[in-house]
Design a binder for this molecule. Structure first.
Ligand code: CP
Length: 325
């Protein structure tokens, strides 16, 4: 195995070249085949991954922990309220101590204007790789899984149109990290991205600028629209999902009022008909059924949400094997 990404942190796909990302996809496909054939893949025998979750998770925790088991290693679930982080232990001390014991540190920390800073601080202090399990800016493992899923469905991805559409889900304010990671990475693989978003739900300006620069460098396109339907029209792939109006306000009540202002931003069969005949519906889950999407769509033939969730396991196993092996 080529070791050039061994020891490398994974906090944003921006820090990885397309060639390095390709190696994740190639190994993920191989590991997926091996799992289906029942072949053991002990690439991380006796290795340990520490998984620090500041926020709730179903897919991320279970795919990382299961992935470590399948690679012959061990994933340890850590909750900050049961660690000395709860008594104020800083990132430097946590990072240095865990580095003396194990082989990788994975962190989910989505608090706005805190999470990404914390991950970067741990990464600076750590001598073992730090892997993002999502922060307030990026969710890179989700986007690896999304891309693998798209490639499995379509083969070549250059020239495909992907619509990233904001949806109205008033049950909680979700981070910006999924749409931001989508608009950053997909243009680098030749996909044309349309971001459909009400004005109050625009993403971080520096991320939108970087997405445009990525598209220009790769010969693809990145467009922003205030019209929900634009994400679907002639699209091959659509990811309609909710996030908070965090660039507009961090006030709780104002934020929820804004989410409620756009109840028609919900994916239904009428929207799916606007895309190409082979249009697929994607969502990282959990989805707010009935508000973000109708059951008919998410449970329908165009939905690939369970393939997408499964691929979290395969891409993360590849990522861990390449960085921690
Ligand atoms: N998509 C995703 O990250 O799911 P969880 O929040 O359940 O980990």
């Amino acid at each position: 195995m080529n070791s050039s990404v061994n020891g490398k942190d994974f906090i944003t796909t921006q820090d990885w070249t397309v060639e390095e990302l390709e190696r994740i996809f190639e190994l993920a496909a191989e590991l997926k085949r091996s799992k289906r054939e029942g072949k053991p893949t002990p690439l991380l025998a006796a290795k340990t991954l520490y998984m620090i979750f500041f926020d709730a998770s179903t897919r991320t925790r279970n795919s990382f922990e299961t992935g470590m088991t399948q690679l012959g290693g061990h994933g340890i679930f850590l909750s900050p309220d049961k660690m000395q982080i709860s008594h104020g232990e800083n990132a430097r001390d946590t990072a240095n101590v865990l580095s003396r014991y194990g082989d990788g540190i994975a962190i989910r920390h989505c608090a706005f204007r805190e999470g990404n800073d914390y991950l970067n601080e741990v990464a600076r202090e750590s001598s073992i790789p730090v892997l993002s399990m999502q922060d307030d800016v990026y969710h890179p493992c989700q986007i690896l899984a999304d891309y693998l899923t798209i490639r499995e469905k379509f083969g070549e991805t250059r020239g495909l149109k992907i619509g990233v559409a904001w949806t109205s889900a008033p049950n909680y304010v979700r981070p910006l990290s999924v749409p931001q990671s989508l608009i950053l990475m997909m243009p680098r693989f030749g996909m044309d991205v349309t971001l459909a978003v009400p004005p109050e739900f625009r993403l971080m300006p520096e991320i939108e600028e970087q997405a445009a620069a990525n598209a220009a460098a790769a010969g693809s396109s990145f467009q922003i629209s205030n019209n929900f339907e634009d994400a679907f029209t002639d699209a091959d792939v659509v990811v309609p999902k909710s996030w908070g109006p965090l660039m507009h306000t961090t006030d709780h009540d104002e934020g929820f009022a804004l989410i409620e202002k756009y109840p028609s931003w919900r994916c239904g069969t009428e929207h799916m008909k606007l895309g190409k005949q082979h249009l697929i519906y994607m969502h990282p889950l959990p989805a707010d059924r009935g508000r973000e999407v109708t059951d008919e769509v998410i449970d329908g033939p165009q939905s690939v949400v369970y393939d997408e969730a499964e691929n979290r396991l395969h891409v993360q196993k590849a990522l861990m094997a390449l960085t921690m092996g």
